[in-house]
Design a protein around this ligand. Sequence first.
Ligand code: ACO
Length: 462
Amino acid sequence: MASQPKNVGILAMEIYFPPTCLQQEVLEAHDGASKGKYTIGLGQDCMGFCTEVEDVISMSLTAVNSLLEKYSVDPKQIGRLEVGSETVIDKSKSIKTFLMQIFEKHGNTDIEGVDSTNACYGGTAALFNCVNWVESASWDGRYGLVVCTDSAVYAEGPARPTGGAAAVAMLVGPDAPIVFESKIRASHMSHVYDFYKPILDSEYPVVDGKLSQTCYLMALDACYKSLCNKYEKLEGKQFSMTDAAYFVFHSPYNKLVQKSFSRLLFNDFLRNASSIDESAKKILAPFESLTGDESYQSRDLEKTSQQLAKPLYDEKVQPTTLIPKQVGNMYTASLYAAFASLLHNKHNTLAGQRVIMFSYGSGLTATMFSLKFNEGQHPFSLSNIASVMNVAEKLESRHEFTPEKFIEILKLMEHRYGAKDFVTSKDCSLLAPGTYYLTEVDSKYRRFYAKKAHENGQVNGH
Ligand code: ACO
C-alpha cells in the first residue's frame, strides 16, 4: 500500500515538435497580407507543421519514448497514461492505445486512462486526471504520464497562420519539483460555438475568429475573478498579479497573450488591488464604468492597459513565449509548451516561485490554476528537465520550408485524411534519430509507424 503522497505534481517533461517549419514573414508575403500582420499583428515568428510522415500518434510515441529513456523511467513504473488531443484520427480507438505499444513490450498492460477531448483544453483535463489519481485512494504507487498533442491546421484564410504542431509528455507523481497548489484553481465552462470540428471528413475546424478571441478573454476574466475570491477565502488576504512570479497562457498566437495579461491588470484595477499604483489608477479611471461587453470592445482600454502592463509583461510573461512564438498554436500542447519555455529560460531561479497557468479550450472550457516550484532531485530537478528538453537546439536545428511547399504538403494531407491503403514516402531524412514516423495505412485503415534508428541502431517497426 503506497503511503499518502505529498507535493504531487510534474516530475519530468519532454517536448517534441516537428523539424519542419515556415517563417511567418515569408507566409505573410506569400498570402498578400499587409507587412507585419502575422509577425507584429499576431505576434508570431515561425510555424511548425507535420509533413506526411508525422502525426499526433508519431509525435506522442516520440515524446513518451524519449521521456522514459532520458529520465531512466522503467515503463513498468507507469500506472496511468492520459492523452489530451483534439486531432481526430480515429473516432473510437484512442491515441493512448497506440502508445501502449511502448509498454506492452515491457509486459506492462496494467495502465489506466484514455484520451480527453475538448479543443485546446484536453491536455489540462488529462493532467488533472493524473494528479487526482495520484492523490486518490486508488493510487498504486506508480507514476502517471500525460501526453498533450495536436497538429493544428486551418483552411486557407486568416486563421491559417495560427497553426502549429507538437507533443508534450509529463510524468506525474509525489515529491515533484513542480507542485500543484490544488486549492488555488478556478474554472469557467459554457456553451458557445466559437471553434468546433463538425465536418468529420476534414481536419480543419469551423472557426469564428473574433468570437473565439472574446470568449477567451471572458473566460480569462471569469477564472481570474473566481481564483482571486477562492484565494482570499483560503489565505485571508487579497490576491493580485504580484502574488505570482509568472503567468503562463494558452497561446493561440502571442498578441492574444499580450492582451490577456493586460486584462488581468484591468481586473486588478477594478478590484482595487495593491498591484495597481496611484498613477495607473488615474490612467485607468476613465474605463471604470464600462460594462463587461463594452470593455471587450474598447480599443482605448486595450491599448492603455497593454502599455501599462508592458514592464510587468516583460518580467512575468515574456519568458514563457519562446516556443509558442516559434512553433505556433499547438492546441492542447500550447499551454505546456509555454510552460516548457519558462523552464528553459528560468530554471535556475524558479525554486520557491509560484506560476499561474491559464488553460482555454473553445466550446468552451477554461481553468486557471497554480503551480509552485522546488529545486527537485536528479533526475527530477528543474535544471535536468530544462536540459532534457533541449529547447534551443531543437528550435535551431529545424528546416525552413517555402509557403508553396507547405501548401503542397497540406493538400496531400487533406487527401490522406481519413484515407486508407497508402504508404508514405518514409522519408525520415529531416527527423532526428529516435523519432517515430508513419509508414503506412493499410486497406483496413490500420496505421503503422517506424522509429528512425540512432546511429548504429536498428529501425523498429510498430
Ligand atoms: N502590421 C501590424 N499589425 C497588423 C497589420 C500590420 N500590417 N495588419 C493587421 N494587424 C493587426 C490587427 O490590428 C490585429 O491586431 P489587434 O487584434 O490588436 O487589433 C491583428 O493584426 C490581427 O489582424 P485581424 O485583422 O484582426 O486578423 P484576422 O481577423 O484576419 O485574423 C484571427 C486573426 C481572428 C486570430 C485568425 O487568425 C483566427 O481566426 N485564428 C484562429 C482562431 C484563434 O486562434 N482564436 C483564439 C482562441 S481559440 C483557439 O485557441 C483556437
